[in-house]
Design a protein around this ligand. Sequence first.
Ligand SMILES: *Cc1c(COP(=O)(O)O)cnc(C)c1O
Length: 421
Amino acid sequence: MPLDHPALSAADPELAALVGAEEQLQADTLRMIASENYVSSAVLEATGTVLTNKYSEGYPGRRYYEGQQNVDPIEALAAGRAAALFGADHANVQPYSGSPANLAVYLAFAEPGDTVMGMSLPMGGHLTHGWGVSATGKWFNGVQYGVRADTGLIDFDQVRDLAREHRPKLIFCGGTAIPRTIDFAAFAEIAREIDAVLVADIAHIAGLVAGGAHPSPFPHADVVSTTTHKTLRGPRGAMLLTKEAYAKPVDKAVFPGLQGGPHNHTTAAIAVALHEAAQPSFRDYAHAVVANAQALAAALAERGFDLVSGGTDNHLILMDLTPKDVPGKIAAKALDRAGIVTNYNTVPYDPRKPFDPSGLRIGTPSLTSRGLTTEHMEQVAVWIDRGVAAAKAEDEVALKVIRGEVAELMAAYPAPGLPVG
Ligand SMILES: *Cc1c(COP(=O)(O)O)cnc(C)c1O
């Protein structure tokens, strides 16, 4: 259901039409990209405020610009809410997004050329955890761990061995395609042994942590990095949460180390999202996201889908489509035409190339925000199964039929600009 944008429509009809089309697309489709969500109307409004007009380099009470009467309390509110929600001593809410937040952590605790350790990208890690094509892999010596081929689970023997051998300054845990609970305590034990800073990158699972559906990285991690726009259901942005001893270097790294003025409209929207995430209804949401993912995983497994690690503990499912005899990219593109939006993804030990891998990654944060429940997951699995079969058969008519059925269901669960109950 498209929103009203009278000023935008009058000033720039071409752009307004594209925004309207995107609103329609987000309303009509089953959005299953694991890192995406729908923000509330309140969060959407906060991002569209006059706070976008304001410069405020520095931190509350220590700014390089005047006129901070309202911006200071807004940032203090966001930071205070973040620290309280995640049990951190300190929160920095200024990072522009997850990647710059992680770069700030390198700047705070390492020198170029130092060794750092993270999960390798094809095993489920993030580019910014020291992968070669990323600045973090070019400027630092990235040592990478993975998952076991037989279980699909993180290989802690390998993590410990690599840590002892290479003695990284930083250890990153967390990633973008990890369907299982992250054992922060196990990482902390290894980090302590070699005196490394443990960074938990909870970008994907922050909302689950906030809602009590995934264990907290504190007190195990020294620094917690997170985006605000994935399961946490806030605007596009990021935060760095720390124990007290790590607060100062992190703040200095974000500003003046890496960034200029913070995006105050985003900070305001983060504050709103954190307020929403502190409500009892958000706990229900977080648990519903996991329940939906588990119901969907079971329904997919029943239909012969090969799930990495055999299932999920969180919001995401990673499938190896090799048994279905359809490459991930072909499947993702066909499902998109069927109104099911996903992304192709490498799977651990993937014999295919990263730009044309074997896997498909899906998640339940968005459709849970729309109000879909475990009752709907059988139907979603049926659509995915039919869509993948149609991809293989190159049956465009079948994809069109699915698209109509998806739109019909989603019409009963309005978006975007979701009301939050
Ligand atoms: C999404 C993500 C990031 C990067 O966030 P951007 O906002 O896209 O820069 C970093 N780390 C992890 C684990 C992520 O999932």
